[in-house]
Design a protein. Sequence first.
Length: 227
Amino acid sequence: MAPPRARTGLPLGKVLVIGGALFLIFLLYRHMHPPPPARPTASLPPEEIRALTGRQIALVAGHTGSDPGATCADGLTEQSVNRRIVEHAAEILRSVPAQVMVLQEYDPRLDGLQADVFLSVHADSCLPLSGFKVARWARSPHPARDDRLVRCLRYHYWLITGLSPDPEHVTEDMTEYHAFHRVAPDTPAAIIEVGYLGGDRELLTQRPDLPALGIVEGLACFLGGTP
Ligand SMILES: [Zn+2]
C-alpha cells in the first residue's frame, strides 16, 4: 500500500480569498487609472492636428436626404458608403477638435456657406473599375486656391488608400457640381469620388476609416498651407 500523498498547495478556501482580494485590488487600480479612450487622432501627426484645430469644415455626405445614388445588384448603395466615410472623417475631425458640419446633398445651409473648407464626398459606379477622382468648380473664383485643395486631397488620399488617381475621367457632374454655385465664393471647395462601388468595394465597405483618414489628411495639408 502506497503511503498517502503529501498535500501540496493551499486549501481551496484560501485560494478564493487571495484571488478575490487580488481582483479587488485590480478593480481599485483600474478605477484610479482608467485606460485612455480610443483616440482616432492618435494617427495624425502634430502638424496636421495644428492645421485642423478649431477650423470650420463642411462635408457633404453625397446623396443623403435625396436619393441612394449608384445602386449595385446586391443592394449596396452609394449613399450608404458616402455616409459611413463622412461619419468616420467627422469623428476624426471632431476629436482634434475641429468644427465639423455634415451636410445633406441639397442641404439648405449650402446657400452662402462660409467655411475654411468645403468637400462633397461621393463614390463611383458598380463597374469593376478602380480609382478615385478629385475636382474643383470649373468656374471657381479662386482657381489657384482650389487647385491646391485638389492637389492636397489627391496626394494624401492616394498615400493612405493606395487607390490610383484617375483625373482623366473627371466628369462635368464633378466640375459643375451643384453645390459649387451655392457656397460662398470665399469658401475653398472640392468634390471627391472616393472609389468605385465595383472594383474598390472592399476598401470602401470594409475599411471606411482609410478613405476617411485620406480625406482628413488632405484637408490638413490644405489648411496647413502646404504649397
Ligand atoms: Zn454620387
